[in-house]
Ligand binder design. Structure first.
Ligand code: TGC
Ligand code: FAD
Length: 387
């Protein structure tokens, strides 16, 4: 596996163990069938609990069954999962970074006890509802709202493009609390079998097909006050969850690109044209050299981000730079890998075109490439260019 600067030589025992467990899981349990799942538009549901048993959901949290592994170990896990398919990494990202993290960071003791162990094992599935049909890049303009009536809240609104909503037991829904001054955004733990909740599936995606995506429609949904996350108010609630998930994506994208590189390198050394392997042509070597260089520089960014996160110095702008760079890199390099496979590159037997199509989603969700550009632009100039 490409590790050109020998970064993995410095890994600790636990980090190697987690990397190897995830690699083995992918090779033994998922890789063979993932292309078919992608074509069928299905996620291998039988793996949800197995991923839980293997400790793939938020192992970087502390307590309630989570072992508090290093941020590098967590990153390596995301890298290995996305080397198989972005849908697999999305499953772990949403469950861990977008559902378990806010409950862990902002939940009451009761909420933590009620949800974290079950989410950790995959016995319960969660989803994260921020995006709305009219408010994607600008979620602070959300229309979903909550009005207090006695000791309940009544929720109305629609969330869309929500990973796993059709199979989720609980949704972390972000809504404006109309009963409080200035309508602050608050997080609600909404069980999806409550009256008034519907979670239609979005079909016919041409990207991230091995992942279930849907809506969350909320019509006069009554949620008891004890299901409101007590520890946060305002947009920093959902945005701080995004920091966690974007961190995982910065690592995961490296895995997808590495898989494209390995597939292209192996194909180029096997495939013969004009009397020998195509890998002997300088044009093909140029592509491999560029891919290896781009992947390695992205790896360096991911490892540095892990160090900053571990010591508490990671800023959201650091995450934006890494998500923006590494996903763009994977998007570009997956296309080059596809190209190196010629006609064979367009069939599902080979991974690069699947990764390439997935990267269109990864480039868009968790803040589009443009939005991360503007976040960096604001940091570098002091001037916000969002509006
Ligand atoms: P702004 O006015 O700048 O800030 C509002 C409050 O939030 C704080 N804040 C943050 N806190 C933590 N982490 C961050 N990254 C933060 N960014 C801002 C800020 O300090 C402030 O706090 P306070 O205490 O002063 O109130 O925020 P804004 O509303 O103008 O937003 C700016 C913008 C455009 C950057 C933000 O809205 C944004 O990031 N938009 C992109 C939306 C997005 O990423 N959506 C993702 C949806 S979830 C998803 O895609 C899951 S995919 C799952 C999968 O399958 O893997
Ligand atoms: P828009 O915000 O309408 O953007 C359209 C285009 O305009 C983009 O190119 C964007 O970069 C550009 N643009 C927008 N604003 C500006 C600006 N100020 N300056 C310059 N250009 C701008 N959301 C969740 O809440 N939970 C999930 O689990 C989840 N999972 C997803 C799964 C999939 C498969 C997909 C595709 C999306 C998912 N999302 C999820 C939603 C995702 O986060 C949004 O799609 C994303 O934030 C972009 O919003 P939008 O699609 O409404 O695009």
């Amino acid at each position: 596996m490409l590790d050109y600067l020998g970064l993995e030589a410095d890994l600790g025992e636990e980090e190697r163990m987690i990397r190897d467990t995830a690699r083995r899981f992918v090779e033994d349990e998922v890789r063979e069938d993932i292309g078919q799942h992608w074509l069928d538009g299905t996620f291998p549901a039988d793996l949800i609990a197995e991923m839980g048993d293997l400790g793939f959901y938020a192992p970087n949290l502390d307590g309630y069954g989570s072992p508090n592994v290093s941020e590098t170990a967590y990153g390596l896990l995301m890298q290995e999962l996305e080397a198989c398919d972005s849908g697999l990494r999305s499953m772990a990202s949403v469950q861990g970074a977008l559902v378990m993290y806010p409950i862990h960071a902002f939940g009451s003791d009761d909420q933590k006890e009620r949800w974290l162990p079950d989410l950790g094992t995959g016995e319960a599935v969660g989803c994260f509802g921020l995006t709305e049909p009219e408010h994607g890049s600008n979620p602070s303009a959300m229309e979903t709202d909550a009005v207090k009536q006695g000791d309940e809240y009544v929720l109305n609104g629609t969330k869309t493009w929500i990973t796993n909503s059709p199979i989720a037991d609980v949704a972390v829904v972000w809504a404006k609390d109309r009963s409080a001054e200035d309508d602050p955004v608050r997080g609600f733990l909404v069980e999806t079998d409550r009256d008034g909740v519907t979670t239609n599936k979005i079909d016919e995606k041409l990207s991230l097909r091995a992942s279930i995506t849907g809506e969350i429609a909320l019509q006069d949904v009554r949620v008891p006050q004890e299901d409101v996350l007590p520890g946060v108010e305002g947009m920093k609630g959902p945005l701080s969850c995004l920091n966690q998930a974007r961190y995982g994506i910065a690592w995961g994208a490296v895995g997808a690109a590495r898989d494209c590189f390995e597939t292209a390198r192996s194909y180029a050394t096997d495939r013969e044209q004009f009397g020998g392997p195509i890998a002997r042509f300088q044009l093909q070597q140029d592509k491999l050299a560029e891919m290896a260089t781009q992947i390695t520089t992205s790896q360096l960014l991911a490892y540095r981000l892990a160090d900053l996160k571990e010591r508490g110095d990671m800023e959201p702008t650091h995450v934006s730079m890494a998500k923006r760079n590494n996903v763009r890199m994977a998007r570009d390099q997956s296309r080059i890998a596809r190209e190196m496979l010629g006609g064979n590159g367009i069939v599902a037997d080979h991974s690069p075109m699947r990764h390439m199509a997935n990267m269109e989603t990864v480039y868009t969700y968790e803040g589009t490439h443009d939005i991360h550009t503007l976040i960096l632009g604001q940091d570098l100039t002091g001037i916000a260019a969002f509006e």
